[in-house]
Design a protein. Structure first.
Length: 306
């Protein structure tokens, strides 16, 4: 970082009020130190780009949960915007047998709908449109990659409570790591505060889903094997880091995936895209987003050369 960039960055980080910032800015300008450009490659993506990336992910989660819980997706007035709008294939109301799972689905659905509404409101006329989303072929492709089904078979996540929970497990841990990974790049404190709040909500969701699946595993050991395979697929496609975590075993639970300091790990946007595209090669479309995302952040990350 250049000397002038360091000084201006320090002003931005240390000034407690707008008045403090104005005074410090005036002093530095009088000293003949030019302000750096508003955005550069080393600064990372803009706040709007990050929020739109999050909005793309929230569209997916909202559509998945709303259709499972209510049989209806997002209303038309919550899906338009910048970029190419797309339809949603698949998804229907689940005939839940468990009142617990039914209530989990309903509550998370309402939270995800609220996330979409908040992000669209924060972005205003720069909010991206909902891209094309697959809630049918994508899950079958993910299940095939995980070894849960054989070629030619279909994995219907809306067929029963347990399948729905497996799909929720796939999404929820991804949402938590996405918000954690984006946090260092958000400069606006209001947006950062909002992102922290949504990260916490996603973490609650993930914890509830993991605990419910663990309870299912106490009844049927095969649940642990399925969750392990889903985790392994996420780990394989996201990138070189070996950080995804399953539920452990019925004797030694792993309900809270974190590091040795008890912290949730984060993923870069590119690693998240590899998972939702179901593509370890760093593509720009596929999986749950057959035509890719809308916005500036659309590229996954390819394998690292030896």
């Amino acid at each position: 970082m250049s000397k002038s960039r360091f000084i201006w960055h320090a002003i931005k980080a240390s000034a407690e009020t707008a008045e403090d910032r104005a005074k410090l800015t005036g002093m530095v300008a009088e000293a003949g130190i030019d302000a750096p450009p508003a955005t550069t490659a080393e600064d990372g993506p803009s706040d709007a780009s990050i929020l739109n990336f999050a909005l793309n992910l929230e569209y997916l989660e909202a559509e998945f949960y709303l259709r499972g819980a209510t049989g209806q997706g997002l209303p038309d007035d919550m899906v338009g915007g910048v970029g190419t709008p797309g339809q949603v294939s698949g998804g229907r109301q689940v005939d839940f047998r468990s009142p617990l799972v039914k209530n989990i689905a309903r509550e998370i659905a309402m939270d995800e709908r609220a996330h979409v509404a908040f992000l669209r409101g924060a972005l205003g006329n720069t909010a991206v449109a909902r891209p094309r989303i697959s809630l049918d072929h994508s899950f079958t492709a993910a299940a095939l990659a995980a070894g849960l089904i054989k070629p030619g078979e279909i994995f219907d996540v809306y067929a029963n409570d347990r399948n729905f929970l497996f799909a929720a497990f796939l999404f929820e841990d991804v949402g938590v790591t996405a918000f954690k990974g984006a946090a260092p790049f958000i400069s606006n404190k209001t947006y950062l505060d909002a992102a922290a709040g949504m990260l916490a909500t996603e973490a609650y969701h993930a914890g509830i889903v993991r605990a419910t699946l663990f309870n299912e595993g106490l009844i049927d050991d095969s649940v642990f094997d399925v969750v392990h395979k889903i985790s392994a697929v996420r780990n394989a496609v996201s990138g070189p880091a070996d950080d995804d975590q399953d539920l452990g075993t019925k004797d030694v639970a792993n309900l809270v995936p974190n590091d040795e300091y008890g912290r949730v790990f984060g993923r870069s946007a590119a690693e998240i895209l590899n998972i939702v595209y179901l593509d370890a090669q760093g593509g720009t479309a596929g999986g749950f987003y057959p035509d890719g995302l809308n916005g500036d952040i659309v590229h996954g990350t390819g394998p690292t050369a030896d």
